[in-house]
Write a protein that binds this ligand. Structure first.
Ligand code: GTP
Ligand code: MG
Length: 194
């Protein structure tokens, strides 16, 4: 993923606004504030590309980025608690679910999990839905800089136990820090290889 290859395409607020499913795409899903937008910025090396902030519910649209001519990267609104009006949140949650279960060109969903918190019930809900729709997903731990080395194993075990219940999951867990750059090259090469 080279900075020069990537461009913002559009923000989508309804299923009929999605671009044609004519190339493969990967998306970043996860609870509000887990670090989806920051991870896209870290992957692309462009700080302000996807808007990140400390306010849960920052990303409210399905944001499409073109990656070269052949792929899309997609930044999603978060699920779970968000600092936004209830009807607005409900609208984007419905869109999110429709997108995640009904996008034929979706190659892989990266399900982001905060390394401090592990898999929560809303994550399980999304994994169950992806599994039902047979969409391959992969767990990515975020904010690894915020946990101590000795805490890693327990959190990895918790995530692994949850993944084992979902055959659509990819077994390898990627540990990342957008802040420190950990795991970013690995994730880049995974995306390149898809
Ligand atoms: P929504 O769009 O609201 O769903 O959030 P998001 O998942 O896109 O999270 P975002 O990237 O906006 O980041 C949320 C907060 O977490 C910001 O304050 C980021 O600076 C912080 N953050 C993200 N990634 C990391 C990380 O790897 N390490 C640390 N320490 N903080 C991070
Ligand atoms: Mg965001």
């Amino acid at each position: 993923l080279f900075a020069g290859e990537i461009d913002f395409l559009k923000g989508v607020v309804a299923m009929d606004g999605l671009p044609p499913a004519d190339r493969s795409e990967v998306c970043f899903a996860g609870r509000s504030n887990v670090g989806k937008s920051s991870l896209i910025n870290a992957l692309t090396g462009r700080k302000g590309l996807a808007r990140a902030s400390n306010t849960p519910g920052r990303t409210q649209e399905i944001n499409y980025f073109t990656l070269g001519e052949e792929r899309y990267l997609v930044d999603l609104p978060g699920y779970g608690y968000a600092k936004a009006p209830v009807p607005v949140v409900e609208k984007w949650q419905r869109l999110l679910k429709a997108y995640l279960s009904g996008r034929p060109s979706l190659r892989r969903v990266f399900v982001l999990i905060d390394a401090r918190h592990g898999v929560k019930s809303v994550d399980t809900e999304i994994m169950t839905m992806l599994n039902k729709s047979a969409v391959t997903f992969q767990a990515v731990l975020t904010k690894a800089d915020k946990i101590k080395d000795h805490e890693r194993q327990a959190i990895l075990d918790q995530v692994r136990t949850n993944l084992a219940k979902h055959p659509a999951s990819f077994p390898e867990i990627v540990v990342t820090s957008s802040e420190k750059g950990e795991g970013i090259p690995i994730l880049r090469s995974i995306i390149h290889g898809l």
